[in-house]
Design a protein. Structure first.
Length: 191
């Protein structure tokens, strides 16, 4: 099974790209969704999060962790090991089920040991103005959007680590073409 590691900063178009990959038959593991499942369903994780933050409600957690780097590290220390274990288990299930290609979608993929499970790292990059505009269209204030972008690794660092760079600022048809070409090439590569 080929595994794509899909990353990029918030607002760059990762979700759009992962949707296109699903259309192409790639099994997508959205690690934000996996983290939500764990936060909501794992009793020990819930207890530790509530003990540290007083809540597990996503909006209230986001308000705290995206304005306090220590709080973000604490939340990640609770969730990331569980997310990694669950992701590896799901990848094993997909491979055992004969799936040809899977994608791990995560903002902090390059900072995680999970990047070692990937055959290729794909980075969706975009102009900051495009990211801010997309975040505003989701109802996020400029201040909140800038704060979230500031809490992520620099886009240039992600691009430097990429096997494939997808231009999230290009016209949609062009961006989709980049995704389709890269996916066809990867799936056709032996090994």
């Amino acid at each position: 099974m080929k595994v794509i590691g899909l990353t990029g900063n918030i607002g760059c178009g990762k979700s759009t790209v992962s949707g296109w990959l699903r259309d192409l038959g790639v099994a997508v593991l959205d690690l934000d969704a996996v983290a939500r499942e764990i936060r909501n369903n794992d009793a020990e994780a819930r207890r530790r999060i509530e003990e540290r933050f007083g809540t597990i409600e996503a909006g209230r957690l986001a308000a705290v962790v995206f304005s306090d780097a220590d709080a973000l590290r604490d939340l990640e220390a609770i969730l990331h090991p569980l997310v990694r274990n669950e992701t590896r288990a799901r990848l094993a299930e997909l491979e055992a089920g004969g799936v040809a290609a899977a994608c791990i979608e995560a903002i902090k993929l390059l900072e995680s040991p999970l990047h070692d499970a990937c055959d290729e790292i794909w980075v969706v990059r975009c102009d900051e103005a495009d990211a801010l505009s997309r975040l505003a269209s989701r109802g996020m204030s400029q201040e909140e959007a800038r704060r979230r972008l500031a809490n992520q690794s620099a886009q240039d660092e992600k691009v430097a680590a990429a096997d494939v760079v997808i231009d999230g600022s290009a016209p949609m048809e062009e961006t989709r073409g980049q995704v389709e070409d890269a996916c066809r090439r990867l799936v056709a590569t032996p090994g």
